[in-house]
Design a protein around this ligand. Structure first.
Ligand code: SN0
Length: 318
């Protein structure tokens, strides 16, 4: 594997999931792979799971890890080609990416969208500039439009907890007081679509359609109750409107997931990438029910999704 910034970087998804499940059984077996290799983790935005699990994954592989909050601690970077840099941006991405590549054998980046200009966000300005100018492999730790490490962890979790051959997975929109990216949902859809082992249904209020090029071929059910019928997994996530991009529209708080809704499922498990707003996105009666809520185990799998990806990248550079 050369880079890991989207589903395009995955050759055989179901096999990658199997390899991650196996890796989890013996996580320290490949410590030699990362010896004298440095992982650089660059954050523009906050993180808990991604930061700790990716660092842990690096350690499990014997890597050294450098973490930098570039948004608050670095020079403000210019991304525009040919810019006259006489304002507040002190350094161009051309120099920054090449310099970081000398210190780090793998560069992982977290960068959220601005949620103002859809075309700009969907062009992935930060991650694509790093890919262009860095000489080290690039890993997305959630970019403007995707979160492939999360989606891989989700698939690993489904593989572990499924009790039927081909489970019904429901991605449900959930209410939230803030304007959130579509990144987690986009990658979730892409990964579930690519896997041969799941059936995906999406449910959301009208006006919250995701990018249709990503949801093509997936069943969309606007009635949340109906969508939940027979579901083996409920994957909740808020996202802001793709159509009315960057606009805070009506938020229908009746879309919160609670135990009454979960009862319509096939004894379904509840998943969410976390952090989650209790009693807004999901009620306490689901979150505190250990038979339903597998978000903690899901978060644990973030280590193994990052570790299998780093392992593949290391195998490619050593
Ligand atoms: C991010 C998102 O993409 O939705 C990261 C998820 C892994 N979530 C948030 O920003 C939630 C922030 C909040 O205030 O609840």
């Amino acid at each position: 594997m050369k880079n890991y910034t989207s589903i395009q970087d995955v050759e055989n998804l179901d096999q990658l999931v199997q390899e991650a499940v196996e890796l989890k059984q013996s996580p320290f077996e490949h410590k030699h792979l990362g010896e004298n290799k440095t992982l650089g983790m660059i954050f523009y935005n906050p993180s808990l799971r991604t930061r700790l699990s990716t660092q842990r994954a690096g350690f499990n592989l014997g890597m050294n890890v450098i973490v930098m909050n570039i948004g608050s601690d670095g020079w403000a970077l210019e991304f525009e080609d040919g810019a006259v840099m006489n304002s507040n941006k002190a350094e161009h991405i051309k120099e920054a990416a090449e310099v970081i590549s000398q210190y780090c054998d793998v560069i992982a980046i977290r960068t959220f969208p601005e949620l103002k200009d859809r075309e700009l966000d969907y062009s992935e300005p930060v991650i694509s500039a790093f890919k262009k100018y860095a000489t080290a492999p690039i890993v997305s730790m959630e970019s403007a439009t995707g979160h492939p490490l999360q989606a891989l962890a989700d698939l690993i979790t489904i593989e572990e907890y499924k009790i039927v051959e081909k489970p019904k997975i429901v991605l449900t929109w959930a209410p939230h007081p803030k304007l959130l990216p579509q990144a987690v949902s986009n990658s979730f859809v892409e990964f579930m679509k690519k896997s041969d082992k799941v059936d995906l249904v999406i449910t959301h209020p009208k006006g919250y359609e995701l990018d249709s090029s990503k949801t093509e071929g997936v069943t969309i059910e606007y009635d949340q109750d109906k969508a939940f019928e027979g579901a083996d997994f409920i994957y909740a996530k808020n996202w802001s409107s793709y159509e009315n991009y960057g606009q805070a529209g009506e938020v229908d708080y009746s879309w919160m997931i609670d135990e009454a809704k979960m009862k319509k499922t096939n004894n379904g498990k509840f998943m969410h990438c976390l952090p989650v707003r209790r009693n807004v996105v999901v009620a306490d009666d689901v979150m505190d029910n250990k038979d339903r809520n597998i978000t903690i185990q899901e978060a644990n799998n973030r280590t193994y999704s990052a570790q299998i990806v780093l392992k593949k990248i290391l195998e490619n550079i050593t």
